[in-house]
Design a protein around this ligand. Sequence first.
Ligand code: PNS
Length: 163
Amino acid sequence: MKIALFPGSFDPVTNGHINVIKRALGIFDSLIVAVAVNMNKDSLFSVDERKIFLTKACEDLNFKGITISHFNGLLVDAVKKFNASVVIRGLRAVSDFEIEFQMALMNRELNDKCETMFLMPSPQYSFVSSRMIREIAKFGGDISTFVPLSVVNALKQKSGKNK
Ligand code: PNS
């Protein structure tokens, strides 16, 4: 059984991430989507909230063979812990490539067995990023076509509180 690991900040999950998840599920028997803990970023949502959004979105779409989890520390250690054969990363545009290429090679340097597979989301998601979603929502813009419903509602609540 081939297990794939899709790591990320998912702060919050976008429909672009969901599109990558769907594509990975079409290739692998089992997919673990793992939220990275303790990143040096100021996150908007807690790890638990981010996991709930992912779980809800995948349940709503009736995805099978998926586990939502989290990891601390290095990705290569998470790969071992989850017994994964491959790391999945989404590539939206050429601009993503440079950093992703560097990360993939560094991870393989740290663990020669750590292979990375890049999946391209559908073009309508090529400009969607969690950072932009947070910013648009903060200023009251409509993000409903870019993120799952539970995220839309949670962002509305957060921006309401900040008014
Ligand atoms: O969604 P993101 O923010 O692009 O995800 C980046 C993430 C979390 C996958 C990456 O930063 C990561 O793997 N962090 C764990 C720490 C680590 O292993 N760093 C070395 C990677 S070269």
